[in-house]
Write a protein that binds this ligand. Structure first.
Ligand SMILES: [Zn+2]
Length: 327
């Protein structure tokens, strides 16, 4: 009965249940190896004798709120045909790791809803074990990444090692998949991958990035025909910075004017003057109605209408590479 449970619930094949122990916080299944999966790795012979014995503990998925462990007793085998000696590896084992395969699948399922730390806490295992399972899965998924269908990519950097170093990440904007990650954020760091993209990603149409000169010139060199889209956040930040500088300049001019003429217009800050009719009227007397600030104050709202939210639309694309200076 318990052998069936171990097989159907935990996917354990080639074993026979021998006993179950109950602790206040855990259930411990003990099992031994059967002869079903014995096969000499050298000659394929199915007849072997026992030469040595050991037990291994494995983490298994919990039952209810109880942790589960498997204590597996098995033997070193000696082939009766070619005398080869080996420790058998069963399908539920994952190398020398201390968990069964179904436990790793449970971890991956839980990682869809929680962080590595919370999953480790829930399962009662170390953070490093959960991280290791996750990394193994990612390694498998991203061992080979096809670049042929990529149409839009994004490139950005993030800091590692408490801000002392940076990594550059290139993502497929349609799938959210990471295509490439490399330490550093210079042109030389990213250029080799962009050259690879130029060879393989024939359908590539656009790249979104911040206003880093390193990325900009790397793309110009490797993919000169590609549309470059600067993300709105950085454009808006530059526009707002320019507006603020202009406002301060205009305010200084207005203050100087007020000191000379004692006119009430100087009592109004420039930011109010653009919206207040009375202030506009007063400023008009001194030909201030055509403030540059007055004209560009609406620029942020107008720019906001230029790009879609989270989508790429070729007709709305803003290629500002020639109109905005690159930092
Ligand atoms: Zn053999």
């Amino acid at each position: 009965m318990s052998t069936s449970i171990l097989y159907h619930a935990f996917g354990l094949k080639g074993i026979r249940h021998t006993s179950t122990h109950f602790r206040s916080d855990a259930v411990i299944f003990r099992a031994e190896m059967t002869s079903d999966l014995i096969r000499c790795p050298r000659c394929g012979c199915r007849h072997a004798s026992f030469k040595g014995r050991k037990s291994r503990w494995f983490f298994m998925s919990p039952i209810g709120r109880k942790k589960c462990y498997l204590v597996f007793d098995f033997h070193r085998l000696k082939c009766e045909d070619c005398a080869h000696l080996w420790w058998p590896s069963l399908p539920f084992m994952t190398g020398k790791h201390r968990y069964v395969r179904s436990f790793a699948l449970t971890v991956l399922d839980l990682l869809r809803f929680g962080t590595i730390r919370s999953v480790a806490h829930y399962l009662g295992v170390g953070w490093d074990m959960v991280k290791e399972i996750h990394k193994a899965k990612l390694r498998l998924l991203y061992r080979r990444i096809s670049l042929h269908k990529v149409r839009y990519i994004g490139i950005d950097e993030f800091s590692i090692k408490k801000g002392h170093k940076y990594m550059t990440v290139v993502t497929d904007l349609r799938t959210g998949r990471i295509l490439h990650a490399v330490e550093g954020k210079s042109k030389e760091d990213i250029l080799p991958f962009l050259q690879k993209l130029a060879r393989k990603a024939r359908k590539l149409e656009g790249i979104a990035m911040d206003m880093s000169s390193a990325y900009f010139y790397a793309v110009l060199e490797a993919l000169p025909k590609l549309d470059i889209v600067f993300d709105r956040y950085h454009i808006m930040a530059l526009v707002n910075q320019a507006i603020e500088e202009l406002r301060r300049e205009q305010q200084r001019e207005l203050d100087d004017l007020g000191k000379k003429t004692d006119h009430p217009a100087n009592e109004y800050p420039v930011s109010v003057m653009c919206w207040n009719d009375k202030a506009k009227e007063l400023a008009a007397d001194y030909h201030y109605s055509n403030f540059p600030f007055d004209r560009i104050a609406l620029a942020p709202q107008e720019l906001e209408g230029c790009s879609g939210e989270g989508e790429i639309c070729p007709r709305r694309r803003m290629n500002l590479s020639h109109s905005i200076s690159i930092t």
